[in-house]
Ligand binder design. Structure first.
Ligand code: TPP
Length: 614
């Protein structure tokens, strides 16, 4: 099989179109097989097969730099750059990363999988190559979704202004997770669907064929002249006005046509956009037909990730939000291009006008929410914890400084697992606890989310954040749920040790307490519920213990436990305090339970630590 024999991009050269079509089939098969086994990004990769083959035939990676925005669509790139074998262990602990990885390959330049950064990297690399007089192409592949992020516009503006050489491949499938929210995207789609445009394009090509190759003016050969004429007659005003040439649109599944476009783009000086149209989920019918998000990503067994797991924290949020929407007509929900995975779809269905998708634009979402709150609405922003980090300045100075009652609902907080360093939600507590006036809840159960969301609606003096982890939540009885700004005492011990478990870490703490009880150590147990402000009664109570151990699933330094230690210190408490959490390092992908265990953040690890300290 051609795919198995591939050792690198050079093996793609000299292949017939039929061979390449076979290869595309084999690649699709391998993607579907891998996602079936390990889960991962399905729709995005199926849509990028031919485009990636064309890129690796036209450019000489790694001498030429191919950059992937977000990086979730780089599976094909991995296979074409000598990683077919490793691909079988994609996203597994110790196996290949689900995103580009500099440690894996010299073909991978960037691995930050937060969207919309690629044009800035491209500008930087192009500037460096220019300064050093190196003749290397810089190619940046960006989706129509990622193009809605503010940083992409900043990069585009700077590229156009500086005139640096870069080829921007706009991989346009009309979708982010949900259909892309962008007027620019809409107008590009209009072009695609306009029969007059298509006829005109055919006519232009015909005319271009007839233009004689007269000297310098016409350009470098027929291909160039075709592109130049097409460009002259059909400028895409948006890009052109920024100083970036526009070419397209091209059929992104036609390898020959994409290659021709890329060859033409190489001839231009300055930045150029090559607009290719692709179909998300191409070649796998359930993905092609999924009108929620074309199976952007999927769980093992090819189960759609967008479906909210029954009993999960996300399900508790989703369900409660609809109830609160009924009670509070001023409540609006905001998403940054992820209405499905964050659990907003039921709310959107019921209140279509009160669910706002801003595109992949977390910073804008936060400041816009401030405006909405100022105008009398109650905005709630549903994000993954990791993506809030990008908007910290807006949280602090737009929401916080203005004391606006914006509610942040942060899913996937803590160690998330197979998506690796950029997707773990381990910085949110460190950052949010530094915003004056911020209230932060960490629910330990399904029922706590319901309670905290309801309580959050009553906190109108400033912002509130509720952060929870991925997956199944603990389910508890009514009498095991706290209320308001109070911590919940679960057990009163013998005064030797007080254990605090923030959010999902409560169950590990309870497990540790059981292990310790078997050894005659009776621990006091708290569910602090709040990260800020900490319940003063809890602080007073734990201060009388010999040892206080606080456990969280975020960064250990400067997070929830650090707040506990500081509060005890402020009271001159004599107890020893230990904070258990995630070390300050880029935590790779892997099974969350295994990652927790490696940091001592499970029942055995916590119990062992207490034993040692006592
Ligand atoms: C800052 C940020 N917010 C949200 C996400 C989650 N996310 C990953 S891929 C994606 C959609 C990207 O759409 P597009 O760029 O068009 O690529 P496609 O998957 O459609 O090929 C989103 C919202 C992210 N990676 N980064």
């Amino acid at each position: 099989m051609l795919l198995d024999a591939l050792t690198g991009p050079e093996d793609l050269r000299g292949r017939s179109l039929d061979e390449l079509a076979d290869l595309a089939d084999q690649i699709r098969h391998a993607i579907i097989e891998s996602v079936n086994e390990h889960g991962g990004h399905l729709g995005s990769n199926l849509g990028a097969v031919e485009l990636t083959i064309a890129l690796h035939r036209v450019f000489r990676s790694p001498h030429d730099v191919i950059l992937w925005d977000t990086g979730h669509q780089a599976y094909v790139h991995k296979m074409l750059t000598g990683r077919v074998e490793g691909f079988r262990n994609l996203r597994q602990g110790g196996g290949l990363s689900g995103y580009p990885s500099r440690a894996e390959s010299e073909h991978d330049w960037i691995e930050n999988s937060h969207a919309s950064t690629v044009l800035s990297y491209a500008h930087g690399l192009a500037t460096a190559f220019h300064a050093k007089d190196e003749r290397r192409q810089v190619v940046a592949v960006i989706g129509d979704g990622a193009l809605t992020g503010g940083m992409a516009f900043e990069g585009l503006n700077n590229l156009g202004h500086s005139g640096r050489d870069a080829i921007i491949v706009l991989n346009d499938n009309g979708r982010s997770y949900a259909p892309t929210v962008s007027k620019l995207s809409e107008s590009l789609v209009k072009i695609r669907n306009n029969p007059t445009y298509m006829r005109r394009q055919a006519k232009i090509e015909e005319i271009a064929e007839r233009i004689p190759r007269v000297g310098e003016q016409i350009g470098r050969g027929l291909k160039m002249s075709k592109a130049a004429v097409r460009e002259m007659w059909e400028p895409s005003a948006f890009f052109e006005d920024l100083g970036v040439r526009y070419m397209g649109p091209f059929d992104g599944h036609d390898i020959e046509s994409v290659e021709e476009a890329l060859q033409n783009a190489k001839e231009f000086e300055g930045p150029v956009v090559v607009h290719v149209l692709t179909q998300k989920g191409r070649g796998y019918a359930p993905a092609e037909q999924d009108d929620v998000k074309n199976m952007h990503d999927a769980k093992p067994g090819l189960e759609d990730l967008g479906s909210i797991k029954e009993g999960s924290y996300t399900a508790a949020f989703s369900e409660t939000l609809v109830k609160l929407g009924d009670q509070h007509p001023e409540l609006v929900a905001i998403t940054a291009a992820m209405p499905d995975s964050t659990g907003l779809l039921p709310f959107r269905e019921r209140f279509p006008d009160r669910c706002i998708d801003v595109g992949i634009a977390e910073q804008h979402a936060v400041t816009a929410a401030t405006g909405m709150a100022m105008g009398g609405l109650r905005p709630l922003i549903a994000l993954y914890a990791t993506f809030l980090t990008r908007a910290f300045d807006q949280v602090n100075l737009d929401v916080g400084l203005h004391g606006q009652p914006v509610i942040f609902c942060l899913d996937r907080a803590g160690i998330t697992g197979p998506d690796g360093a950029s997707h773990h939600g381990i910085l949110d507590l460190v950052l949010l606890t530094k915003v004056p006036g911020m209230t932060v809840f960490a629910p330990s159960s399904y029922q706590e989310i319901q309670q905290m969301m309801t309580d959050a609606m009553d906190l109108t003096d400033g912002p509130v954040a509720i952060r929870w982890s991925r997956g199944k939540a603990a389910h508890v009885e009514d009498n095991e749920v706290g209320t308001g700004l109070r911590a919940r005492k679960i057990a009163t011990g013998d005064g030797s040790v007080a254990l605090l478990g923030f959010g999902q870490m409560l169950s590990a703490v309870q497990g540790a307490a059981e292990l310790l009880a078997a050894e005659g150590i009776d621990a006091t147990i708290y569910d602090p519920r709040l990260v800020v402000p900490l319940d003063p009664e809890m602080i007073n109570d734990i201060a009388s213990h010999q040892l206080v151990v606080s456990v969280e699933d975020g960064l250990r330094i400067g997070g929830a436990g650090a707040g506990v230690r500081d509060s005890l210190g402020d009271r001159d408490a004599a107890c020893r305090v230990r904070v258990l959490g995630v070390p300050t390092e880029y935590v790779p992908h892997g099974d969350p339970d295994e990652i927790h265990a490696s940091f001592g953040l499970n029942a055995e690890g916590i119990a062992a630590r207490v034993r040692k300290l006592l």
